[in-house]
Design a protein around this ligand. Structure first.
Ligand code: NAD
Length: 468
């Protein structure tokens, strides 16, 4: 699709938006239809995602791609009346007895650009938020999951007019043209590198942008942690979608003396979770040959540097690169200059680094770009309080991995290089609404006391106003 035809859709959506925003009942009905359609298309979508990945576990698609959309639509339907209600606020003594309120008004047309790793969830949960807010939406899914993108286009085409929701297919060039359009708001989910370009494009049109980016999300195991539980939670979080999650635990910091026990427990857990890799329907493939090669190079570089590597291949299958089933791999104490410690890993490789003191672990996290997620394993004690107060991260889960993403009442987003702005639940509704302040003047108007010609009365009122 070329630039003109994408711009034409925006024009038509904006024209249609002028007819007025949908009311509460209409928005609820729209969200209900969307939720039902996603449920009805769940198996078809799971097949499309799997075909795009080479193999993607059906259960993972249902859990991590389908469920979050249905849950978000249900949550929004349930809470929408409260979110939409104008909020009455006190206008201040000086303006009494006027009244003041804050109205949530839909912004207009929202652009959504989504990545390949959860191609249903990350396309449709922003859509839920924008529809709840009463906006119209143009969606540009990733070119790396083309079958899923086609299935989404077909499904949404059956539910909405193009003036309501439109799907634009294409790669980076289409993405660049898309983000240059003067949307009323844009939500981009993807890499930090592309996020920078998107923010530059939206600066031209002064489009407010929510950027959901990536980064290296650390796991910190504190003294006193239940190590078996930590190893199991980290293994499950890391290997979901073969590590291709924006909030996957990227690396682990743990007391140096317990590293050998952690390696043993992690390996045992992986053996139980995935007794085999190659023909195991539960174990997802890496998305493309290029991504597989990048992971291979990361491990090779670490091996060459002398770092200890533990490849976990429970059935000794040595999966060939053509399968793109990348064996879970631990890298022990890699040096900081290696790719695996500089770049977001986005695959089933887990560096484990021993620390001497909890302070040094906190320093390690704080010396690096602010991550999208941070995980802590240990007692809810002083160490946790220090981590929560002192370390920056988009979101935190304590004694589990990734769960904060699922809680609709928690805003989801990054901080610094891992993103700006947030969505999910009410935060998503607010991201796509303008909080419009309205002041209603009463007949009794105190402002007449401040009109020229200024005199003694004004002086007296000013003394009151400047009382400190
Ligand atoms: P990506 O940045 O390569 O692509 C994301 C989307 O941007 C795709 O639709 C792509 O076509 C489009 N695009 C590419 N170039 C563009 C340009 N110049 N202008 C506008 N759009 C452009 O990311 P990806 O490889 O699909 O996804 C992986 C990354 O996304 C990882 O870094 C991951 O951490 C991050 N991510 C973040 C979240 C989150 O919620 N914060 C969720 C999932 C993934």
């Amino acid at each position: 699709m070329n630039e003109q035809s994408i711009a034409a859709i925006l024009h038509r959506q904006r024209e249609a938006f002028r007819a007025g925003p949908p009311n509460l009942a209409q928005r609820r009905e729209t969200l209900k239809r969307l939720g039902h359609a996603v449920k009805a298309s769940a198996e078809e979508l799971a097949q499309a995602v799997s075909a795009d990945f080479g193999h993607r576990s059906r259960h993972e698609t249902l859990m991590a791609d389908i469920f979050p959309v249905i849950a978000a639509a249900r949550h929004a339907r349930f809470h929408l009346r409260r979110w939409m209600r104008a909020r009455t606020v006190w206008p201040g003594l000086e303006l009494a007895p006027s009244r003041a309120r804050i109205m949530a008004q839909p912004l207009g047309v929202v652009g959504v650009v989504s990545p390949w790793n959860y191609p249903v969830n990350l396309a449709l949960t922003p859509l839920v938020a924008a529809l709840a807010a009463g906006d119209r939406v143009m969606l540009k899914p990733s070119e790396l999951t083309p079958r899923t993108a086609e299935t989404l286009k077909e499904m949404l085409g059956g539910l909405f007019l193009e003036e309501e929701v439109a799907v634009v297919l294409g790669g980076p060039e289409v993405g660049a043209a898309f983000c240059a359009l003067p949307f009323d708001a844009l939500l981009f989910t993807g890499s930090t590198e592309v996020g920078r370009k998107v923010l530059a494009a939206t600066a031209e049109t002064l489009t407010p942008a929510t950027l959901e980016l990536g980064g290296k999300s650390p796991c910190v195991i504190a003294p006193g942690a239940d190590l078996a539980q930590a190893a199991a939670c980290i293994a499950v979080g890391k290997l979901l979608n073969a590590g291709q999650s924006c909030i996957a635990p990227d690396y682990v910091l743990l007391p140096a003396e317990i590293k050998p026990i952690f390696v043993k427990l992690f390996t045992e857990t992986v053996n139980k979770l995935y007794p085999s890799l190659l023909d195991n329907a539960d174990y997802t493939s890496v998305i493309s040959d290029a991504h597989y090669m990048r992971l291979t190079r990361m491990v090779e570089e670490a091996r060459q540097s002398g770092a200890e590597i533990v490849v976990i291949d429970p059935a000794n299958e040595n999966p060939p690169p053509s399968s793109r089933k990348f064996a879970p791999t631990l890298i022990l104490d890699p040096s900081e200059d290696l790719c695996v410690m500089r770049e977001e890993i986005f695959g089933p490789i887990l560096p484990a680094l021993g620390y001497q003191t909890f302070d040094s672990a906190l320093d390690f996290v704080n010396a690096r770009p602010r991550p999208l997620a941070l995980y802590y394993f240990g007692p809810e004690d002083r160490n946790l309080r220090r981590l929560l107060a002192g370390a920056h991260a988009g979101g935190v889960t304590v004694n589990q991995t990734m769960s904060h993403f699922v809680a609709e009442n928690l805003p989801f987003g990054g901080v610094g290089p891992s993103g700006m702005g947030a969505y999910h639940g009410e935060a998503g509704f607010r991201a796509f609404s303008h909080a419009k302040p309205v002041l209603l003047q009463s007949r009794l108007d105190s402002r007449i006391l401040l009109r020229p010609p200024y005199g003694k009365l004004t002086e007296a009122v000013l003394r009151f106003m400047l009382r400190g």
